[in-house]
Design a protein around this ligand. Structure first.
Ligand code: HEC
Length: 137
């Protein structure tokens, strides 16, 4: 009898955890979906246009068209990538040295072959202009 109540209590606890996990997941999905579906595309500066082209070559495969993310990597239109949290320098480091999985569950980012600092600078310009247009900062 006692163990029966214990089992039910455990089940409830598990359900509550599942519900919590689902709620958290939908928050993550919601911010991703906002990025995918409704990215505001600003008029880009000349530098950012170059950055966009380079981004398409080196980064879009994982970080997605319009930086909206894919199943291989995160969107940059998330407050995690606010310039105050990820300074421009962190883009350079990520591109040249890679990044350990720590914010998400996409796995590690490997260094991006063939990309140089000047190109990453343009890519950052592009990402910042997109972020600004999308209310990240
Ligand atoms: C093969 C996939 C892949 C490619 C290509 C890729 N990234 Fe990443 N990137 C990732 C993943 C996965 C993460 C998430 C790591 C984590 O869990 O925080 C990431 C994270 C980052 C971060 C955050 C690093 C940190 O310090 O938290 C930056 C900045 C970044 N990428 C920039 C770039 C730029 C710029 C390019 C193109 C030059 C690029 N990435 C190309 C997969 C990729």
């Amino acid at each position: 009898m006692k163990s029966g109540t214990g089992t039910i209590r455990r089940m409830w606890r598990r359900l509550a955890l599942l519900a919590l996990a689902a709620a958290l997941a939908s928050v993550v999905v919601a911010s991703g979906a906002a990025a995918e579906g409704e990215v505001v595309l600003p008029a880009l500066s000349a530098e950012a246009q170059l950055g966009e082209a380079a981004y398409g070559v080196y980064c879009a495969e994982c970080h997605g068209v319009n930086a909206a993310g894919t199943d291989q990597g995160p969107t940059f239109l998330h407050r995690v990538y606010h310039p105050g949290h990820h300074a421009d320098q962190s883009f350079l480091i990520a591109a040249l040295r890679g990044a350990r999985q720590h914010h998400w569950r996409f796995g590690d980012m490997k260094p991006v072959p063939g990309v140089d600092p000047a190109t990453v600078e343009l890519i950052v310009r592009y990402v910042r202009e997109l972020q600004k247009a999308n209310g990240v900062f």
